[in-house]
Every structure is written in structure tokens, then in C-alpha cells.
Ligand binder design. Structure first.
Ligand code: HEC
Ligand code: HEC
Length: 312
């Protein structure tokens, strides 16, 4: 009896080994999403600038009262959950893949990431006076060294702060998802349900009208059938969306199921009508498959280790 049990256990574990297939390395996988990130010629990439930007991002001395930093609101990956809603009206959007949106930020006046970052550095909760901020940081020896490494000279200016923060944000990219592996030719990277879901996404439900391209966003503004909301919102990326706890710009849905149902139903009947959003008449199985597909867009965890902040 015992032997049969062990034999069974052995067979099961061998089967298990076969099922848990090894992810085979694909040399170009890493670049699949990253190649779409463009570092502009007036703010070229270098690793030292990324390090500096990351340090500034986590440094509360960028705020007047030295009590908030960018990460307080935008801490990866589920940024929407990072800050009490009562304090700021809307949950802060995820900055994951922010470099992949084409010219459209939540603030339509800002066309470059640098513009919006400048606006953020100058925001009420952060530091409003560029010269004073530069002065504050210049008094910290460690920063002079970091700025020198990043820019070649130790000068600390408001502009350089913005450039470094932007370069760092361009490196927060969700990559190496199972979907990417699939597109790169690894057919077994998606489960059968995920392959069905990908089909529903493109054809029956036509989510791809707006959620398209490498970032699953057309970078355009749309209404999405939320009751009471008249303003258009930029299509967000769907990469890592299943890691979130609340959904939509106002966090109105608490589960991915409710969110997918909302879109599958073509939005709320009383909301502003969007011609691209129609009831898709999906079966329960279609909806399940769609959600399975969305899970295939989860990238490798983004490790944002807090850097050592230079001491005063
Ligand atoms: C108090 C919370 C808070 C802090 C601190 C904060 N942000 Fe934001 N951020 C937001 C919110 C909310 C939005 C979306 C609404 C808006 O644009 O005002 C946003 C939007 C952005 C966007 C545009 C994102 C998009 O997808 O359009 C960028 C980029 C950004 N912030 C960067 C920063 C940087 C860099 C810092 C630090 C210098 C920072 N933020 C500090 C709350 C915050
Ligand atoms: C008309 C364009 C459009 C279509 C079609 C569309 N979406 Fe969206 N989607 C958006 C926009 C815009 C938002 C952001 C809405 C908001 O923040 O209030 C969004 C948000 C989402 C979110 C939440 C993202 C987040 O970060 O909170 C999910 C999930 C989603 N869509 C899935 C789908 C699925 C699945 C379909 C197909 C059944 C679909 N969408 C069809 C434009 C669209």
C-alpha cells in the first residue's frame, strides 16, 4: 500500500516537472518592450543619470516640508494604492511604462515627460522654488558627486533635477511577460485559456481598438462609460494591470472582474456614450479567458530598491 503511494507520488512529481516547463531564454526578449522607449536627444540616457534620478525620486528633501517624495504617491507597482484618497482627489497613476505613452499625459498641456516632471517638482506638495531647491541639494556633498557623474560637472540646477528624474522614469518598464515570450515565438508561453482570451480581446470584444501596440494603449483620450464622468481619460497600459487593487482613474472598481464586465457591457447605459464602446455579448467563459489573458501581461516584478540617499 505504502509502495503504491510512493510510486504514485513519483509519477505525479515527474508529471509535475513536465508541466512546470522551464522558461527558455530568448536573447531579444528583454528588448521587446524596452526598444520602444525613446530617450530624447536633449536628455540622453546614461546609467549614472538613472541612479541620480532614482535617488531624487526617493528623497523627501525635494518637498518643502521634507515629508513627501515622488515615491510616496507613485510607489511601484500598484501606485494607485500608495496614497490615501482623501488627501489627493485622484489616486496617482502608475508610472510603469510612462515613457511609452505618446505625448499624452494626464495633463494635456504637457507633451514631454520632462514637462510633466517639471510641473510635479513645482507642485504644491513638492518644492515650488527651483533655485531654493537647487541650493538645498547643493549643500549636500554626496549630491555634487552624483550630479558630476551624471552630467560631467557638479552644478545642481532645477533643469538637471528634472532631466535626471525623467531619465529614471523612462527605465520603469514592465517587461518579459509571458505574452511577450509568446509574441517572440514561444508558443507554449500562453495557456490555452490565455490564447482564447487574446482572441476575444482582439475580435469579439475589440478591446484592441484602444488598448493597442506594445503598451496596450493608443495614448488617446476616451470616455469609458463611467456614470457621472464626462471628462476623457487617456487609455492606460494593461501591462501589470492584474497586479492592481483598484481600477480606473478614480479607483471605482475593486476587482478586475468588475472592470472587465464594465467594458464588456459597453459601459453604463446612462453614461456619456462612446462609439467605440459597445456591448460585446461575451459568455462567462469569454470573460474568464479575457482575464486569464490580462494575467499574461504581467511582467517580471519591478524591483525599485530604495537607494542610499546622500546625507546632509
Ligand atoms: C501627493 C502625491 C504626488 C506626489 C508627491 C507626486 N505625484 Fe506625480 N502625480 C500624482 C497624481 C495624482 C497624478 C495624476 C494627476 C495629475 O497629473 O495631476 C500624477 C501624475 C504624474 C505624472 C504623469 C503620469 C501620466 O501617466 O500622465 C508624472 C510623470 C508624475 N506624476 C511624476 C511625479 C514625480 C517625478 C514626482 C516627484 C517630483 C511626483 N510625481 C510626485 C500625485 C503625486
Ligand atoms: C474606447 C476605448 C476603450 C475600449 C474599447 C476599451 N478600453 Fe479599457 N480603458 C480605456 C480607458 C480610457 C481606460 C481608463 C478609464 C479610467 O481610468 O477611468 C480604460 C481602462 C481599462 C482598465 C483599467 C485599467 C487601470 O489601470 O485601472 C481595464 C482592466 C481595461 N480598460 C480593460 C479593457 C477590456 C478588457 C476591454 C475590452 C472588453 C477594454 N478595456 C476596452 C479605453 C478603452
Amino acid at each position: 500500500m505504502k509502495r503504491i503511494f510512493f510510486l504514485l507520488l513519483m509519477i505525479l512529481s515527474i508529471l509535475g516537472l513536465i508541466v512546470c516547463k522551464e522558461k527558455k531564454p530568448i536573447p531579444e526578449l528583454e528588448k521587446f518592450v524596452v526598444k520602444n522607449v525613446i530617450h530624447p536627444s536633449n536628455n540622453p540616457y546614461n546609467q549614472e543619470k538613472v541612479e541620480l534620478g532614482k535617488t531624487l525620486y526617493f528623497d523627501s528633501r525635494l518637498s518643502i516640508n521634507q515629508d513627501v517624495n515622488c515615491a510616496t504617491c507613485h510607489n511601484s507597482p500598484s501606485i494607485a494604492d500608495g496614497f490615501p484618497r482623501t488627501k489627493i482627489h485622484n489616486p496617482a497613476p502608475s508610472l510603469t511604462n510612462v515613457a511609452l505613452y505618446k505625448d499624452v499625459f494626464k495633463d494635456p498641456e504637457a507633451s514631454e515627460l520632462e514637462d510633466i516632471v517639471k510641473e510635479k517638482v513645482h507642485a504644491k506638495l513638492m518644492f515650488q522654488h527651483e533655485a531654493k531647491l537647487a541650493q538645498r541639494l547643493a549643500a549636500i556633498q554626496g549630491y555634487k558627486e552624483l550630479f558630476e557623474k551624471a552630467f560631467g560637472t557638479p552644478e545642481i540646477t532645477g533643469e538637471r533635477i528634472v532631466l535626471a528624474l525623467s531619465t529614471f522614469q523612462r527605465t520603469i518598464v514592465s517587461k518579459n511577460s509571458n505574452f511577450d515570450r509568446f509574441v517572440m515565438g514561444e508558443e507554449t508561453a500562453l495557456t490555452p485559456a490565455q490564447i482564447r482570451g487574446w482572441d476575444v480581446f482582439q475580435n469579439k470584444a475589440k478591446c484592441i481598438q484602444c488598448h493597442q501596440g506594445p503598451n496596450f494603449s493608443d495614448s488617446e483620450l476616451h470616455t469609458t462609460g463611467l456614470a457621472g464622468i464626462k471628462d476623457k481619460v487617456r487609455t492606460p497600459t494593461l501591462r501589470d494591470v492584474t497586479k492592481k487593487k483598484t481600477f480606473m482613474h478614480n479607483g471605482i472598481f475593486g476587482s478586475i472582474e468588475d472592470t472587465v464586465n464594465h467594458f464588456a457591457e459597453g459601459g453604463h447605459s446612462k453614461a456619456v456614450h462612446d462609439p467605440m464602446l459597445r456591448p460585446a455579448e461575451l459568455s462567462e467563459q469569454d470573460k474568464k479567458d479575457l482575464i486569464e489573458f490580462l494575467k499574461a501581461l504581467e511582467g517580471e516584478p519591478i524591483q525599485l530598491e530604495i537607494p542610499s540617499i546622500p546625507k546632509a
